[in-house]
Design a binder for this molecule. Structure first.
Ligand code: BGC
Length: 432
């Protein structure tokens, strides 16, 4: 069945060979250099005003992780020796139908969103009474210093009103004031890729980039941005890279999103979108009578499948978790050959994602003025953590693209909370 002409055709649509990946790496490098020089580019070079960590950072901090799916606040103690302790962790999803709230709709106001954040800060603060706060903010923002950031746009799930173009630090502090938490000070605000970078560089030397592939995708790297100062971390917003070969399914997916035309790399690689690509391909297979429809009606519903779910079938359609998943999704009547087709679709999409991510990393490394060897890229996010073989697959492809000095990938769990604390503990530099 996996050799069915339609299945073969689809696999070809998603296939990218080494030559194509080299070409993408070259284009990525060009776009990155253009962004750094202030020329028009699909990438950005947004300074974080933060250098790499030394490993000696210490203190107690409240850390907000404002992500794509959840908001989390933790109390973090940095011991000053590359180790830490996380306490008082409180977490809520942006949307919880059982609790009757949804902050991801366009009706949500910025104030409402930040009041929700302030409530969680209050809860964590009650158990971990430290006044120093830092926030990892996983959306594009332009910084004037490490403590000030203006929101450029929303990506992924959130789209609250009255927020774009406004100062994120002020919206947060206003909400904390409304909540009676005037004594808390904001020490740093940083992107999640920067937080991932800082967490890894707190633990070891040689980190050159930080990257997330979770709900969304993005990468930052260390760059000598302000001559005469230590290199700082710059956020490339690489999920917006657009010089990629796109097929008809990519176009269909793009049209279903809130931000058509934007975040092209993200929409081909990240967790929010790979499940949707899989659904679109599956739908076409049903239309062409290659596969029967599932017994339950979800296949016509956009964004009804997430990447974690296709991860089961990708790993092994016969595993107990895959079988349980197939039952829940009305695929009981599928014989193993038909489940293998679903696995082949997932595999084609996931392999392409690995290739594009590796090509992006190769582009960054070749654009950097000097790279120490051996070097490390810190990575985090559900796609790296939960898709079997993803991290090692990207590492292998990267070694193919950069055979002389391939970087290693370091899985950096909890990076958003720890990295926020590290940012708050770093000394200030004069470039601010
Ligand atoms: C955002 C980035 C973020 C990435 C990973 C993207 O959608 O634009 O700022 O780093 O997701 O969370």
């Amino acid at each position: 069945m996996v050799n069915h002409p339609v299945v073969k055709e689809i696999k070809e649509l998603f296939a990218v060979d080494k030559k194509a990946l080299r070409n993408i790496a070259g284009l990525f490098k060009e776009q990155m250099l253009q962004a750094i020089e202030g020329q028009p580019s699909s990438l950005q070079a947004l300074p974080s005003f933060l250098p790499a960590a030394t490993g000696r950072e210490q203190g107690k901090f409240l850390a907000i992780d404002l992500g794509g799916t959840n908001i989390r606040v933790s109390g973090v103690t940095l011991n000053g020796d590359g180790t830490w302790l996380v306490q008082a962790k409180v977490q809520r999803p942006w949307r919880d139908p059982e609790q009757g709230y949804d902050l991801t709709t366009a009706d949500t106001d910025g104030e409402e969103l930040f009041d929700f954040v302030a409530d969680l800060v209050a809860q964590a603060y009650a158990h971990f009474p430290t006044r120093k706060l830092a926030m990892t903010f996983s959306y594009p923002m332009e910084q004037q210093s490490r403590k000030e950031a203006r929101l450029l746009r929303w990506t992924k799930e959130l789209k609250p009103r009255n927020t774009v173009g406004r100062r994120i630090d002020q919206m947060l502090m206003d909400a904390l004031n409304r909540r009676g938490l005037q004594e808390i000070t904001l020490e740093a605000i940083l992107n999640d890729t920067t937080a991932c970078f800082l967490t890894a560089s707190y633990q070891e030397r040689g980190v050159i980039a930080g990257s997330i592939c979770g709900t969304g995708h993005n990468t930052c790297c260390l760059y000598p941005f302000f001559p005469g100062n230590p290199p700082i971390i710059i956020n490339l917003e690489s999920g917006n890279f657009h010089l990629l070969p796109a097929n008809d399914f990519d176009a269909q997916l793009d049209a279903l999103t809130e931000n058509p035309g934007q975040q092209r790399l993200e929409k081909m690689t990240a967790g929010k979108y790979m499940g949707e690509l899989w659904r679109l391909v599956y739908w076409e297979m049903v239309q062409k009578n290659v596969l029967p429809p599932p017994a339950l009606a979800w296949l016509e519903q956009p964004f009804s499948v997430n990447t974690e779910q296709i991860g089961y079938i990708y790993a092994d359609p016969a595993s107990p978790s895959s079988r349980q998943w197939s039952r829940q999704w009305g695929l009981d009547h599928y014989p193993p050959e038909q489940l293998s087709v679903l696995q082949a679709i997932a595999s084609a999409i996931i392999q392409r994602s690995m290739g594009f991510i590796a090509a992006g990393y190769a582009g960054i490394i070749t654009a950097l003025p000097a790279v120490i060897h051996p070097s490390t890229i810190a990575v985090d996010g559900a796609v790296f953590h939960f898709l079997p073989g993803f991290t090692s697959g990207v590492e292998r492809l990267l070694a193919d693209l950069l055979p002389e000095n391939p970087p290693r990938l370091k899985l950096t769990p909890d990076g958003s909370s720890i990295g926020a604390a590290v940012a708050a503990a770093l000394p200030l530099y004069s470039m601010e």
